[in-house]
Design a protein around this ligand. Structure first.
Ligand code: 13P
Length: 287
């Protein structure tokens, strides 16, 4: 059964590890993440952007696919299905379709409007027992066509949003989506420490999990980060494995083209990436 992220992330925060959110795009991606979570005995969060939801023909299709897969694959570890960077309307739609967790990203609004809309979302999610992630301070780079300038969140604004009753909080601390440039300044641990101090025991979320050095990930976890989002790295390993397979010419041998074989190496590559992250984040054997 799909669960909200509340219990798994408060437990992670207490246990000083983080649960990975891996974004899904299709059946193979979903199956790879679910099977790896089960094999690692790890809780997991399946992230879905609005663009990915559209590609997969809508939130209802995704809820049905994930529920069906969990049953047929005998997945018993805690799994949440989370809308990534949801708009106000998208968040309502995902909730209506049965998503147990949503992110409402109001970071591109002025703080007063972010507070107003997030307050509304707190009411809507609470009524349904759905967990809510809010965001303060935009995350740089491009995610699904949304370009953020990247800024360090104001810790006091973080506290204002945390106090509204959201479940978890994403704060910009120099992180960006996609690959980091060579001259990247790194995460601002000072800002994170201050946000952590002001927001009590609220689990914090680190977006842009691709390409952050391991030591920085561990330090961020020690400062309250309990959920880490990974998307680009799975895309890169999937693409590289698929390309290698096509270039080998194997898919043209024997009886001819087999789409299941073509997607096999990419599927295995995602599994390997997800396992590596679960071990690094410390969620392996925490189900
Ligand atoms: P990356 O694509 O950089 O891994 O970031 C993923 C993310 O933060 C999704 O919200």
């Amino acid at each position: 059964m799909l669960v909200s992220v509340k219990e798994m992330l408060y437990k992670a925060r207490e246990g000083k590890y983080a649960v990975g959110q891996f974004n899904i795009n299709n059946l193979e991606w979903t199956k790879a993440v679910l099977l790896t979570a089960q094999e690692n005995n790890s809780p997991v969060i399946l992230g879905v952007s609005e663009g990915a939801a559209k590609y997969m023909t809508g939130y209802k299709t995704i809820v049905a696919m994930v529920n069906g897969m969990m049953e047929s694959l005998n997945i018993t570890v805690p799994v949440s299905l989370h809308l990534d960077h949801g708009s106000y309307e998208g968040a309502k739609e995902a909730m209506a379709a049965g998503f147990p967790s949503i992110m409402f990203d109001g970071s591109h609004y002025a703080i007063a409007e972010n507070i107003e809309k997030t307050t509304e979302m707190v009411k809507l999610t609470a009524a349904k027992g759905v967990s809510l992630e809010a965001e303060v301070g935009s995350i740089g780079g491009e995610e699904d066509g949304v370009v953020g300038a990247g800024e360090i969140a104001d810790p006091k604004e973080c506290k204002s949003i945390a106090d509204l009753g959201v479940t978890i909080l994403a704060a910009g601390i120099g992180n960006i989506h996609g690959q980091y440039p060579a001259n990247w300044a790194g995460l601002s641990m000072d800002a994170l420490a201050e946000i952590n101090k002001l927001c009590g025991d609220m689990p914090l979320v680190l977006h842009g999990g691709t390409g952050i050095p391991d030591a920085m990930i561990k330090e961020a976890i020690s400062l309250g980060v309990s959920k880490i989002n990974v998307n680009t790295e799975c895309q890169l390993t999937f693409a590289a494995a698929t390309r290698k397979y096509i270039e080998s010419g194997k898919d043209l041998q024997g009886k001819g083209f087999d789409p299941r074989k073509l997607l096999g190496p990419g599927f295995e590559a995602i599994k390997a990436t997800v396992k590596e992250k679960m071990d690094l984040f410390g969620s392996t054997n925490q189900a």
